[in-house]
Design a protein around this ligand. Structure first.
Ligand code: SAH
Length: 243
């Protein structure tokens, strides 16, 4: 089973890019995922091979044409979800990443310029995804980010099978802080409990740290976490994240 990524872009040379090294790179060579960049410009029909035009209503910049993008999309479409990277999209969060990683892959549309003609999103089934409240110069880095998040969850990609389970966001909380040797560094020691060898105490300490750090650093996550706990009849945490 291969997670198949097809990326529609004006800069196919950006792929796999940084995903060609380290864990993702090894997984790519092992065939655990595939990466097919598709040049949007190949689907332009006029003699200038134009993919963009001036914004209706005026204003700065250029807008990507719906007809060209639709032709590119229709060429690669299959059973995979189609995502478009855009700051207007739903903020990406771990629950959606996990769903995508369990699926057949994704077709990812990368914007450039001012963005994409809105009619494309009305005429095709496309999930608009944002990677955060800031503006990139293009969707490629956003697509690479989304892919990296998915790929590390694919079976056999991460060393220890369990190492993804208690990370930040997987439990609805930030992760606890980490320490490693040397024991004493610049006058600072590792918290005593972590050297105790008492696994129950260590787990309790980690959970308490995760809770207090989330409360202090991310009141938004904390509120959702507490809300989910109160609502759930079993007292178990829901994993609905950004749904
Ligand atoms: N004029 C747009 C920004 C365009 S940025 C606006 O103000 O909303 C150009 C392209 O970069 C976008 O089409 C999108 O594909 C990508 N991009 C920029 N910021 C992004 C973000 N936070 N998440 C996902 N994609 C983003």
């Amino acid at each position: 089973m291969t997670f198949a990524a097809t990326v529609l872009t004006l800069y196919p040379e950006m792929f796999p890019g940084p995903l060609g090294v380290s864990l993702a790179g090894r997984a790519l060579r092992e065939g655990r995922w595939s990466c097919e960049p598709v040049q949007i410009r190949d689907f332009a029909t006029d003699r200038h091979r134009s993919v963009d035009d001036t914004p209706a209503g005026g204003g700065a910049g250029m807008v990507m044409r719906a007809d060209v993008l639709a032709a590119a999309l229709d060429h690669v479409a299959d059973n995979r979800p189609v995502l478009a990277m855009t700051p207007r999209g739903r903020p990406l969060a771990q629950p959606r990443v996990r769903e995508l990683a369990m699926g057949p892959g994704a077709i990812i549309l990368c914007g450039r310029f001012e963005g994409i003609d809105q009619r494309l999103f009305e005429a095709r089934e496309i999930e608009e995804v944002s990677i955060g409240d800031y503006i990139l110069s293009g969707g490629e880095m956003a697509a690479l980010t989304l892919l990296d998040a998915c790929i590390r969850l694919l079976p056999g990609v991460m060393g220890a099978a369990s190492s993804g389970d208690d990370e930040s966001f997987e439990t609805g909380l930030l992760e606890y802080p980490h320490y490693t040797r040397p024991q004493l560094w610049e006058g600072r020691t590792i918290p005593e409990v972590l050297r105790s060898g008492d696994h129950a105490r260590i787990a309790a300490w980690r959970h308490a740290m995760a809770a207090s750090d989330t409360r202090l650093r991310r009141p938004d996550l904390w509120e959702r976490h507490e809300g989910a706990r109160v609502q759930s009849p079993s007292g178990a945490r829901r994993h609905d994240g950004n749904e």
